[in-house]
Design a protein around this ligand. Structure first.
Ligand code: ASP
Ligand code: MG
Length: 458
């Protein structure tokens, strides 16, 4: 199935020239965050196995570029110029530390200065959304360039694959899969024999052909889209932690890596707060049945986490918590017929294009949780025309995932039992076979995650 959908009929015979065992390896900002880390990644990718390496910007760079763009937009040009200088100086230092071969160092320096010219030019123009996106794109262009030239210095043949020539979004801002597939294949087929491609995560062009991006943290998404488009055999997301943990290691002690998840479980965990993986990343891989492996740059031989089609039966896998949620309780006024109540409530959310996260219902009431507060006031005003509305902020959603099919007796009881000392606002179970979600107060987060750790996972 995989090979068939992957090669498709579009590219026909020619796609035989795309290596069969192609892997996608994505390295995040901290993995390329210093000259030492760039060298470490270079060591990890230099074998001859065919691969496309997708890089984020060096850590901190996209934040700095974003600040530069806002300073320009606010017309604070002196501050913007200072920030550009500082960042450019940092990259000059990286170049000095990374290359010992003089001609290579000179080439890298010229290239870095060339990329910074885009920023200096932006400083002379007035800020706009398009200008901001052009500025934001420079981080990935820098990191991939540095890696490529470093590999050259080390005698490792590699080729830069410009993401701006094949990554594209359509008029809805969603990836244009046909365009991506066609153009990526064209590029790969034009370079038979190349085994190591380096490309940029995050950046793309939109349907107007302007430079754009897949939103913050979007490099994971790039890797998954590239894997799906090229029919890769595996997508690897390399970070600084040994796979996805069963609980939040920043809050709870004694968490452990989960070795295997299915796509549904992983996507729930990413959506509900597991920081290791961007929520959008799962979908393209899942559609093409391409396994995703989460690996650790600092411990490359550790097994990490494998995300694939098959679920492990009969196991509760992990818990994640999503912060900053709002809980809304909507109680119908008597004048509205019950059969119209649901429609009016969800109509209000739909009109403001605000997705509802969780729902619990009774005959005359609906409670929902939201992670998007942008239109909250307008929505509440609309709901108050026919209902009594209570809004509570500073809530979180705790999401427990695993094999939670209804015939697994006792699993829900175990989860709810673990939280017996914690006031629970809302529970959702049955919407999928792989999770139970609960709304609780932010203040109870640590207690709840610890209780689940000792009572469910110990
Ligand atoms: N550099 C981008 C960001 O910081 C994309 C990424 O790292 O995934 O958001
Ligand atoms: Mg990231």
């Amino acid at each position: 199935m995989k090979g068939e959908t992957a090669s498709g009929h579009i590219a026909g015979k020619k796609s035989d020239r795309i290596p069969k065992k192609l892997k996608i390896l994505k390295f995040g900002g901290t993995s390329v965050g210093s000259p030492e880390r760039i060298r470490t990644v270079a060591r990890l990718i230099r074998d001859d196995a065919p691969k496309i390496v997708v890089l984020s910007a060096m850590s901190g760079t996209t934040d700095k570029l974003s600040r530069i763009a806002s300073l320009i937009a606010r017309d604070e040009r002196t501050k913007a110029a200072d920030s550009i200088s500082l960042l450019e100086f940092r990259y000059v230092e990286v170049v000095n530390a990374l290359y010992n071969d003089e001609p290579r160092k000179k080439e890298a320096l010229d290239a870095v200065i060339g990329i910074f010219r885009t920023l200096w030019d932006a400083l002379k123009t007035s800020g706009s959304a398009a200008a901001e996106k052009r500025i934001l794109a420079q981080g990935e262009l820098l990191s991939t360039l540095l890696m490529h030239l470093y590999l050259q210095q080390e005698g490792v043949p590699s080729m830069l694959l410009p993401a701006l020539e094949f990554m594209r979004t359509n008029k809805n801002g969603e990836p244009d899969m046909r365009f991506i597939r066609r153009n990526l294949k064209k590029r790969l087929e034009a370079c038979p024999g190349v085994r190591l491609f380096i490309t940029q995560g995050y950046i793309c062009r939109n349907d107007a052909g302007e430079i754009d991006n897949l939103r913050r943290g979007g490099s994971d998404y790039s890797a998954s889209l590239i894997g799906a488009a090229a029919g890769a055999e595996e997508i690897q997301i390399w970070t600084d932690i040994d796979g996805l943990h069963n609980n939040d290691p920043r809050i709870v002690r004694h968490t452990r890596p989960v070795r295997r998840l299915n796509f549904e479980e992983a996507s729930k965990l990413a959506h509900f707060g597991a920081k290791i993986l961007h929520p959008t990343c799962i979908h393209p891989a899942r559609e093409k049945h391409i396994p995703v492996r989460l690996l650790n740059t600092l411990q490359p031989d550790a097994p990490g986490t494998l995300i694939c089609d098959e679920a492990e039966k009969g196991r509760i896998k992990a818990v994640a918590a999503k912060d900053d949620m709002t809980y809304i309780k909507i109680k119908s006024s008597r004048t509205l017929p019950a059969y119209r109540f649901f429609n009016r409530v969800f109509g209000a959310f739909a009109r403001h294009r605000v997705p509802v996260d969780m729902v619990a219902t009774s005959e005359t009431g609906i409670s929902v949780s939201l992670d998007n507060k942008e239109q909250l006031e307008e929505i509440v005003t609309e709901l108050r025309k026919f209902a009594t509305v209570t809004v509570e902020e500073n809530m979180i959603v705790v999401c427990v995932v695993g094999d939670l099919e209804w015939h697994n007796i006792g699993f829900e009881a175990k989860i709810i039992g673990a939280l017996r000392d914690i006031p629970v606002r809302m529970i959702s179970y049955g919407g999928s076979n792989s999770n139970v979600s609960l709304v609780i107060r932010s203040d109870d987060k640590k207690r709840a995650l610890e209780a689940l750790n000792t009572r469910v996972f110990a």
